[in-house]
Design a protein around this ligand. Structure first.
Ligand code: MTE
Ligand code: MO
Length: 388
């Protein structure tokens, strides 16, 4: 007893931690912990996160539009493109971010962690950026895999974190821009083969995109090996997100007494049976279901124009319409249709898909289908339209 060292002073502890961290940092030495590579990857990440931010905002504000905002209903595939870019681009970002973190991680482990207050703020910001970026990619991937092991609601967390990441990214770019530019412009003299390293990272990113893009671009559907849903796979050759069983509507949807009610600020309330809807002029349109999770699949939908029904009910021309499902609960049991969308001749109360009456899982007896609209708003198993 007695000759064991006393608990070390703060300085000793600090030195030891520093030693350990440095040892961890130097264990996997690689020539590619390199500023030039970090700068190129940083630029690619700036573009991909910037694109994800913009396309993400588009998706958010399409689903939760403020009163003054009316999305166009044309081109019909617009949302298919922006959301495809969001999800497939997001997946392709995973290899880029991993490569970047691997390239710079010795710097992350530097000891002491900060030298001054300003340096502490700068590093705190980088931590926020890395944490936020990883959070966005991880939750995004889990969401499209329909796996929700986290205690928060995905869309809310993903949406708010986007602002944090974007803010931190802008400051990071402002801090690093001059240095990164100099690094990239300067001709390297060390003969390090950065090009093949960068090419492999970009190839990995491209491969992820190639093997998922078919979930939104039907001709490439057979390549979509990494995609959780594929166009053409499902009842009536269309994927299903929520089945009638899961939605708890198998009985009510098949009830022969089913009627579509049209109420609210209309001058003539309507209550239409399926036979009455079938007796109205029928139209066929080719439109995609574009899920926010990135997959899109087109079908030939046949049914009554929404505007024909609303005109018959004498709904105000500028009314927003709430479409209500038979489904008892859940986030997607209702959706809002703005005037632009319900006046569009392609917006249907669909009764058939690809030439057959709607499958129960696609919304039998009647579902909403409208151009340039997220899948979550294409309400299935309709029962009521409320003019607001
Ligand atoms: N009532 C109701 N409608 C709904 C949903 C739902 O859960 N309940 N899911 C939506 C989502 S997220 C998508 S992507 C589409 C999928 O339509 P499909 O199953 O016909 O392909 O339906 C939408 N309509
Ligand atoms: Mo969806």
């Amino acid at each position: 007893m007695g000759d064991r060292p006393r608990a070390g002073s703060v300085r000793q502890v600090n030195d030891q931690v520093g030693h350990l961290v440095t040892a961890a940092g130097s264990r996997f030495t690689s020539r590619f912990h390199d500023e030039r590579i970090a700068a190129w990857l940083g630029m690619a990440l700036g573009v991909s996160f910037g694109t994800a931010f913009i396309t993400g905002l588009i998706s958010h504000f399409m689903q939760y539009p403020p009163d003054w905002l009316h999305w166009p209903s044309r081109p019909v595939n617009l949302y298919r493109v922006t959301q495809g870019v969001h999800v497939i681009g997001g997946l392709a970002t995973v290899p880029l971010l991993l490569a970047k973190l691997w390239t710079v991680y010795p710097k992350l482990l530097q000891w002491p962690p900060f030298r001054s207050a300003a340096h502490a703020v700068e590093r705190g910001l980088i931590l926020l950026l890395i944490g936020g970026a990883l959070f966005q990619l991880v939750t995004g991937v889990l969401d499209i895999a329909y796996w929700y092991p986290f205690p928060f609601f995905f869309t809310v967390a993903h949406y708010w974190t986007a602002y944090v990441v974007f803010g931190a990214l802008i400051i990071h770019i402002a801090n690093e821009w001059a240095k990164a530019r100099r690094t990239v412009m300067r001709k390297p003299e060390d003969g390090l083969d950065r090009r093949s390293f960068l090419l492999s990272v970009f190839a990995a990113s491209g491969a992820v995109a190639l093997f998922t893009v078919g979930e939104a671009v039907s001709p490439l559907a057979r390549l979509a090996l990494l995609a959780p849903r594929r166009p053409g796979v499902g009842p009536q050759r269309l994927p299903v997100n929520r089945t009638a069983l899961e939605a708890g509507v198998t009985q009510t949807a098949r009830d022969p007494g089913w009627r579509l009610q049209v109420t609210g600020s209309v001058r003539r309330e309507l209550s239409l049976s399926l036979a009455q809807l079938r007796a109205m002029p029928q139209h066929t349109v080719r439109l995609p279901i574009t899920c926010v999770e990135g997959w899109s699949a087109s079908g030939d939908w046949t049914g009554v124009r929404m505007r024909d029904v609303l005109t018959r009910a004498e709904a105000p021309a500028d009314a927003r319409i709430r479409a209500v499902s038979l489904q008892g609960g859940g986030a997607y049991r209702t959706s809002e249709v703005d005037p632009r969308h319900w006046h569009d001749p392609d917006t249907l109360l669909a009764l058939s898909l690809n030439g057959e009456p709607l499958d129960l899982d696609h919304g039998f007896p009647c579902r909403l289908i409208a151009p340039d609209r997220p899948g979550v708003l294409q309400t299935k198993w309709l029962t009521t339209l409320v003019a607001e």
